[in-house]
Design a protein around this ligand. Structure first.
Ligand code: F7E
Length: 330
């Protein structure tokens, strides 16, 4: 049975990846942070299954700022594959907490690489990096060779980590892969990312629980796909013969307004009546034209995104509405 280790297992991507790996027959171990809340709702359906939890799915207290514990856990688990998904992932927030962002996202990745390098049999390593490394790119769409030019602390931290992964691959011979992930969403997305925020608000407005939706820049455009498609890319990239960097993207740009239109239309609402601009939600700098060319992942790994933008936003909106309907019944 192949053993995998996931940092960030309780997040959106971690939960989809865990489902995928368990379905492929893996034994899955995840690092969790000790917090006062035990809310790991994205994994709840998996630990409720007595055939999985503590049989093929294991959680360990370990964190990126505690390399001694991380080393001990990794030595004991001896995984064949490590998926590194953890980090401070909110771009807007990275302007407020740049040091924490760099500590976890940049230095945390370097610490993990150092630990892996020392293991008797270094595992294959996947690093979830981001289109934010390109910032305001010279090329549209971007490829794996587009120069790095981040415009926010989060992008800088990811740029450092991405380049370190390349260094460890080339200088130390680690099987280390950068997945350059464009925005990827789902009903499990964190509530302060714009797609989830909009879909939740549309459902709450429809149910009469909310009347206004404050937003930042609604003209901002992103390349949005479904998280389930992106975790399949992560897995495929570690099964390939050689380690490399891959863009995972849909190749299509949509605006925040397009998200609004699709989410509100799914519930027969007109978004213009509810949206207001909140200057606090405008970012000091916005990246431009972040849209990816995933040809390399398609030709080398056979990866293709399978969910359209419209289907994604409709799925998210329906899921929010269903949660409210279930709550009102209970
Ligand atoms: O913002 C604009 C905002 O926070 C998308 C992370 O996964 O993808 C994600 O980063 C756009 C931006 O995602 C609001 O200014 C307007 O232009 O959903 P987001 P993000 O910043 O693109 C990349 C690839 C990552 O790697 C990150 O980890 O929407 N926007 N109004 C807003 N954004 C938020 N959050 N909230 C608003 O009210």
């Amino acid at each position: 049975m192949t053993i995998a280790f996931i940092t960030g297992i309780t997040g959106q991507d971690g939960s989809y990846l865990t489902e995928l790996l368990l379905a492929q027959g893996y034994e899955v171990h995840g690092a969790v942070r000790r917090t006062s809340s035990l809310d790991r709702s994205r994994l709840a359906h998996l630990y409720a299954d007595p055939t999985l939890y503590n049989h093929r799915l294991f959680l360990h207290y370990a964190d990126l700022d505690d390399p001694t514990t991380l080393r001990r856990v990794l030595t004991k688990v001896a995984p064949r594959e490590v998926y590194h998904l953890a980090g401070q992932s909110h771009v807007g927030l990275s302007f407020e907490i740049p040091e924490t962002t760099c500590e976890f996202t940049a230095m945390g990745t370097l610490r993990l690489l150092e630990i892996l390098r020392d293991l008797p049999e270094p595992p294959r390593f996947f690093h979830a990096t981001s289109s934010e490394i390109f910032g305001r790119p010279l090329e549209v769409p971007q490829t794996e060779t587009t120069p790095i030019a981040p415009v926010n602390p989060y992008g800088c931290a990811k740029a450092f980590a991405t380049q370190m992964v390349r260094v460890y691959r080339e200088a130390h011979g680690l099987f280390a892969v950068n997945g350059i992930l464009y925005n990827h969403e789902s009903p499990r997305r964190g509530e302060n990312f714009v797609t989830r925020k909009i879909c939740r608000a549309a459902a709450a407005i429809k149910a009469g629980h909310q009347s206004k939706l404050p937003l930042g820049d609604t003209s901002a455009r992103r390349d949005w796909g479904h998280a389930r498609d992106y975790v399949r890319g992560m897995w495929l990239s570690l099964r390939h013969d050689t380690p490399d960097d891959y863009i995972f993207a849909t190749g299509q740009l949509h605006s925040v307004q397009d998200v609004l239109e699709n989410a509100f239309a799914a519930l027969d609402l007109d978004w213009h009546k509810y949206v207001e601009t909140d200057p606090h939600l405008l970012r000091p700098a916005e990246p431009m034209q972040l849209v990816g060319n995933a040809d390399k992942a398609r030709t080398t790994l056979g990866w293709l995104p399978q969910t359209s933008f419209t289907d994604l936003i409709h799925e998210m909106t329906r899921a929010e509405f269903q949660v409210l309907a279930d709550t009102s019944i209970n």
